[in-house]
Design a protein around this ligand. Structure first.
Ligand code: GAL
Length: 696
């Protein structure tokens, strides 16, 4: 009880701190606001006013300009043309629309590409990107960086103190782009020289270079890891990935630094990341005020198929839930820069979305705590690569698409909530009592995918086997990095956290001793931060913490399955299973069945100081074992949980509860009789939403 109160108290303190900065950009009584991309440079200027007026009439509160407009802003080197943008901003203002401005750097103009072809990305096979699409310039090109800074300087100087501009988006969906060009190689060598303090022996040791005679005598001998028939050096691969991630982060940092020279404190600086489980650059740019993500839910790709036969028309709820829970904890708040307005053109099958799906996504983004949602784009394009991509209005430029109508509906519903908003009503106690963090470091995913060991291993699925049950419990979840203090979370899960050092192990230990409940899973603490095994029995760094010794691990071929028994129920696995000998006083929660190690321990639990450690030594087929063990833990901790069906999830924010239904069935959400429902009803249909006021 004392712990719960102190957790709630520290959450409140933390909310207050973050709300100070957030309040300079967003006002809490507005809850959220909705905007839409508009590309004036794509349309006849006589239509701009009609379009902006329409955007405003549909309820949007801001628009988004100049994302790919570098060529229109600087048609020739050093010759700028801002008149069209000035006029577009003035028109937006006339219709009460604020503006997010972009740095335009994702589409360098052709004069730059032709003058400095060195800016083009070189692929691993030696081929180069060319002008004609977008994002063909390398973040590792010093020329590209310099020219980008010049146009940003101009933009910043002109609009940095302009209150019609609420914020800046740097670049577009800055991803981790591998560039194998000679220019990038020079920067890679510099990165390594810095990292290893100019000591080539330190690099040789970190890379295990003695193995297969790879030892280097000089940094100039180093090349990129390329496929050579026998795989790549895993330690070198890890450093190369770190380098590339760093290139993206510093490119963003440099752009932000230019904007900071001019931007008023009321203008935010952000970017629009594509959520990606393995892209470790996300959140690494320290100069951004907060992070935004982009999300497309229905495209027919495998990851979008959703639940049930028609689930592909709504998408997989986890793709928004997890993005919310991943981006929010970085700075405490976040925005969504692109949310699909309807049918897209780039997927495999590009189906129509189910009626209600767009509104459902909007509510899903809101539920996670977002301060705004923007959508790509107002008008469906009539030319270019995205001809069949829906907008808020269709090809005639006037008629709202189904998605457009759902955006308007959502905006009017937010207005209902604004009227019902009372400051300070933020916490529903059960939701916060269930609060859990999942510790995540993309470097683990890189290591695990470089050396999967079993073709059945999938790091993301393994992670989701922990995330999904928490959402079904109705828990608030933060995906956090090691920079965060663990003690704020009653439960901390570190799934397959393979790369560790002594300091992390001792932080885990302290967290538990002080009352935290740590859950670890397979493959954790096998390797050091250079991806080398420790000179110990495998997993040996953890034995004292988990109270057991790992005898070995096993991986099973697809024609067979492993079985583990927890509380008389059987669970199957194949991709990774660990076999333990527990120490005295360690409880055995799961045992192997039906193989030569039948009867040996697979799941362990122990008390330590004021807290507990649970170790789940199998990666189950469907996540059922992970869910059963987490449920057992929550029950032991006397934290009540829900049992929401797959596809139904809920969150609390600003005094409101929001439940969302992505499942093929209507679901009756368990709410007390006297709950004040604001939107929807207890019976939530497929693609339906329920919003209620949290009781005092
Ligand atoms: C996004 C991109 C936008 C647009 C959109 C189409 O990934 O940032 O510029 O291309 O896809 O769905």
């Amino acid at each position: 009880m004392v712990r719960t109160i102190s957790v709630l108290f520290s959450l409140l303190v933390c909310f207050n701190l973050l709300s100070e900065k957030r309040d300079t950009f967003f006002s809490s009584d507005k809850l959220t606001s909705v905007g839409v991309y508009y590309y004036p440079e794509h349309w006849d200027s006589t239509q701009w006013e009609r379009d902006l007026k329409r955007i405003s009439q549909m309820g949007f509160e801001f628009t988004h300009y100049a994302e790919f407009a570098w060529a229109a802003l600087e048609p020739k080197e050093g010759i700028y043309n801002f008149q069209w943008l000035d006029r577009a901003i003035a028109l937006a203002d006339k219709y009460d629309l604020k503006v997010i401005l972009c740095t335009s750097t994702a589409t360098p103009p052709v004069w730059l590409t032709r003058k400095h072809p060195e800016i083009l990305i070189q692929n691993e096979d030696g081929t180069y990107f060319d002008h004609g699409a977008r994002q063909h310039a390398s973040f590792s090109s010093s020329f590209y960086r310099e020219y980008a800074k010049k146009i940003i300087d101009e933009l910043g100087r002109r609009y940095g103190n302009d209150d019609r501009i609420i914020g800046w988006q740097i670049d577009n969906e800055p991803a981790v782009r591998m560039d194998f060009s000679p220019g990038a190689l020079l920067r890679f060598r510099e990165f390594l020289q810095k990292k290893y303090n100019n000591d080539i022996d330190a690099l040789n040791s970190a890379w295990g270079a003695a193995f297969w005679g790879q030892t280097y005598s000089d940094f100039d001998e180093i090349t990129f890891p390329r496929y050579r028939g026998w795989g790549k050096n895993p330690h070198q691969v890890l450093d190369h990935k770190r380098f590339t991630v760093n290139e993206t982060a510093t490119f963003l940092d440099e752009q932000a630094a230019v904007l900071h020279k001019y931007a008023s404190p009321r203008q935010f600086i952000t970017t629009n990341y594509i959520p990606s489980f393995e892209d470790g650059h996300i959140g690494k740019s320290k100069e951004l005020d907060f992070n935004c993500y982009t999300r497309y839910m229905v495209s027919g790709r495998n990851e979008d198929l959703g639940i049930g036969k028609k689930g592909y028309r709504i998408g997989d709820p986890l793709r928004i839930a997890l993005a919310n829970d991943f981006f929010r904890p970085i700075d405490g708040y976040y925005g969504v820069m692109e949310l699909q307005p309807g049918q897209v053109n780039w997927g495999e099958y590009n189906a129509q979305q189910l009626p209600g799906a767009v509104r459902l996504w909007l509510w899903s983004v809101f539920a996670g705590g977002s301060d705004f949602t923007c959508t790509y784009r107002f008008r469906q394009p009539l030319v270019g690569n995205e001809l069949y991509h829906y907008g808020i209005v269709g090809t005639d430029g006037i008629t709202p698409s189904r998605g457009g109508e759902e955006f308007s509906r959502f905006i009017s519903e937010i207005n209902i909530l604004r009227k019902n908003y009372k400051q300070g009503k933020n916490i529903s106690s059960d939701y916060y009592k269930r609060y859990a963090a999942i510790l995540y470091n993309a470097e683990n995913a890189w290591s695990l995918s470089t050396q999967r060991q079993s073709a059945l291993w999938n790091t993301q699925t393994h992670f989701e086997n922990y995330y999904r049950p928490l959402k079904s419990f109705g828990a608030k979840v933060d995906v956090i990095s090691e920079e965060k203090d663990f003690i704020d979370y009653p439960v901390l899960i570190a799934p397959a956290y393979t790369l560790v050092d002594d300091s992390l192990i001792s932080r885990w230990h302290d967290y538990v001793v002080k009352g935290g409940n740590l859950v670890l899973s397979v493959r954790t603490a096998y390797k050091d931060r250079n991806d080398r095994l420790f000179e110990l029995p495998v997993g040996g760094k953890l034995f004292d913490l988990i109270g057991a010794k790992m005898d070995f691990f096993d991986l099973i071929v697809p024609s067979d399955t492993g079985t583990v028994v927890v509380d008389d129920s059987e669970y199957t696995w194949s991709s990774w299973g660990e076999i333990f000998t527990p120490y005295e006083n360690t409880e055995i929660w799961g045992i192997h069945k039906g193989d030569f190690y039948a009867g040996k321990s697979a799941v362990l639990h122990r008390k330590l100081g004021k807290g507990t450690v649970t170790y789940i030594g199998v990666d189950s087929h469907d996540g059922a074992l992970e869910k059963a063990v987490l449920k057992k833990l929550y029950s032991l901790l006397k934290i009540p949980v829900l049992n929401l069906p797959e596809g139904v999830w809920f969150e609390c924010r600003d005094g409101f509860g929001v439940a969302l239904n992505y499942s093929p069935e209507t679901y009756q959400f368990p709410l007390d009789e006297d709950t004040e429902i604001l939107i929807g009803s207890r019976n939530i249909p497929t693609a339906g939403v329920l919003v209620w006021r949290i009781k005092d």
